[in-house]
Design a protein around this ligand. Structure first.
Ligand code: NAD
Length: 472
């Protein structure tokens, strides 16, 4: 991919334009043109080719904003959304079809009726994205919104300004400008958007901002989908393959420099295996970064000085012992993949979502203790990982809930874009990916039809009520 590409200069959308943009998308939805499934497919095809044509700009912007390697940019952002587009194009007609329901036989009076569930687009929707996967996490719900027949305004994160501007240029030049728009900016622009009436708000980001969004949406009873964060545990039992667990968990912390909502926040490890696990982590580090993580082109950087300082503070405040990594360089926003052995649940490393390449290791005497610790840290995390025997993995999944879970690996329940993904409890409301994403922007409208001839039986409902008429 060519490194030299033009990225539009950053400009936040003017506040006075925002009501106009919102009202355009509402008017376009009311024109009913988005209800035509072929129109939706055309827009999805246009988006697919737009992403293909803009891939150099997107990769360059991701490098600029996050120092994201081209490998990760292609696999986890650019090709990821292209694949979602293709999958949705292949399935949209099937998803948009009415579900025909058999007539209920009980009571017999209903047996002549017809029932179907019509899949109706919700309307004009607002999609607000986070900074960590600034392409994937706005375009994935956007694809689902188009497929479902909604019009949409997309608000990418202001922390990745280059990516936000490429997305704006791409969507506004290639897709129907009356149906879709991109608003750039931060809090004032998002607040202006939230002052508009939407048919759904789809938010991905922190629980703190998710709460603001949900409160604001509640004022107008606007439905929300909230994809939030959490303190995700990884269980490594005494029967785990330690080398495999170390490699897979290290990868989970190094991808995008750990700025991943589903990456593990801490590892609960059997006391007897702790030293050997740490040795395996160190060996994996050497394999993945033979010249050190700082010299590697593969490790992304922390998005900005504020987040760098947040992570530094967590490390400064830990009372645990750094057992791997620990190097920081603010001039490069570099934080080395770092593991800290902690012995208190009050440690900053256990209490806060790290959202960076640092994680805690906490030793336990038993799997029961590990489960009790995880439940006390966060009862409803977004993700959970378990490395153990079949019976141990089963016990973990049975006794501890989470938005999603991967057995014997990191992330995969969330990286495959066709299976449902979302939080539970305070880690999220609603689901995305695959058909779940389509459903998230769809109203399932039950329609009943009663034939006129059925009056011969259905007359029994009319007053004056007469038990005698029921005996036909
Ligand atoms: P964030 O909540 O700070 O920002 C997300 C969006 O909200 C941005 O577009 C931002 O402009 C907007 N925003 C920020 N403050 C606002 C305010 N006061 N009022 C209105 N809008 C506001 O999140 P982030 O730092 O970009 O992303 C990191 C968080 O997102 C982590 O907690 C992570 O776990 C979570 N996350 C969750 C998922 C998921 O799928 N569940 C995916 C990625 C990230």
């Amino acid at each position: 991919m060519a490194a030299k590409v033009a990225i539009p200069e950053y400009a936040a959308t003017a506040l006075e334009v925002i009501p106009v943009v919102a009202s355009n998308t509402r008017a376009t939805f009311r024109s009913h043109k988005t209800k035509n499934v072929q129109w939706r497919i055309t827009q999805l095809r246009k988006l697919y080719w737009a992403v293909e044509d803009y891939k150099a700009e997107l990769a360059a912007a991701l490098q600029k904003d996050l120092h994201k390697s081209e490998f990760e940019a292609v696999l986890s952002e650019i090709d990821w959304v292209k694949n979602q587009c293709l999958w949705m194009i292949a399935h949209v007609e099937q998803f948009a079809k009415d579900d025909k329901l058999g007539a209920p036989f009980v009571p017999a009076t209903f047996s002549m009726m017809k029932f179907r569930v019509k899949k109706e687009p919700l309307g004009a929707v607002l999609i607000i994205g986070p900074y960590n996967y600034p392409v994937q996490l706005v375009l994935d719900p956007f694809i689902a919104a188009i497929a479902a027949g909604c019009t949409a305004v997309v608000k990418p994160s202001e922390l990745c300004v280059a990516t936000a501007m490429v997305i704006k240029d791409m969507i506004e030049k290639r897709l129907d400008p009356n149906a879709f728009a991109v608003v750039t900016g931060g809090i004032p622009e998002t607040e202006a958007l939230l002052n508009e009436k939407w048919d759904k708000i789809y938010f991905t980001g922190s629980a703190q901002v998710g709460t603001i969004i949900a409160k604001k949406a509640a004022e107008t009873l606007t439905p929300v989908c909230l994809e939030l964060g959490g303190r995700n545990p990884a269980f490594v039992t005494k029967n785990a393959n330690l080398k495999l667990a170390a490699r897979r968990l290290m990868w989970g912390k190094c991808l995008n420099a750990g700025q991943v909502c589903v990456s593990h926040n801490y590892v609960l490890i059997d006391k007897g295996s702790t030293a050997a696990f740490i040795e395996q982590l160190k060996a994996t580090y050497k394999d993945m970064f033979p010249k050190g993580a700082k010299a590697s082109p593969d490790l992304a950087r922390i998005v900005n000085p504020r987040h760098f300082q947040r992570l530094k503070k967590m490390l400064d405040e830990t009372r645990g012992k750094i057992v791997m990594g620990g190097e920081l360089d603010e001039s490069e926003l570099f934080i080395e993949p770092t593991a800290v052995l902690v012995d208190s649940l009050d440690d900053s490393m256990m209490k806060e979502e790290s959202f960076g390449p640092i994680f805690a290791i906490y030793s336990v005497h038993s799997l029961d203790q590990a489960l009790a610790v995880a439940s006390s840290v966060h009862r409803t995390p977004l993700a959970l990982y378990t490395f153990g025997s079949k019976a141990e993995n089963k016990k973990v999944l049975h006794e501890m809930t989470s938005g999603g879970a991967t057995v014997n690996d990191s992330f995969f329940h969330g990286s495959v874009g066709t299976v449902p993904f979302g939080g539970v409890g305070d880690s999220g409301i609603g689901q995305t990916h695959g058909k779940a994403a389509f459903d998230s922007f769809t109203h399932q409208r039950t329609v009943a039809e009663t034939p006129g001839w059925a009056e011969v039986i259905l007359r029994v409902r009319y007053m004056p009520y007469d038990w005698g008429q029921l005996r036909f």
